[in-house]
Design a protein around this ligand. Structure first.
Ligand code: FES
Length: 70
């Protein structure tokens, strides 16, 4: 089993890679078509929810998350 990695992209989506499943609000598994890496929208402007479609680039979405050094 591979490690699951979640990365918060600057001003963009949440990248998920490795071994994971994604479920909808009722617990039904979303078909990823065998993908082992996906980009989840966090700007709320995608036309392909829950996945990023690049809309964050035109809606002025801003989010710069940094790990704490303490
Ligand atoms: S984060 Fe890319 S469309 Fe929302």
């Amino acid at each position: 089993m591979s490690e699951t990695k979640i990365q918060l992209r600057d001003n963009g989506p949440i990248l998920v890679s490795g071994t994971f499943v994604i479920q909808d609000g009722e617990g039904n598994q979303i078909d990823l078509g065998g993908k082992t890496s996906v980009a989840l929208c966090r700007c709320g402007h995608t036309g392909n929810s829950p996945f990023c479609d690049g809309a964050h680039k035109t809606c002025e979405f801003a989010a710069l998350n940094r790990a704490s050094s303490t």
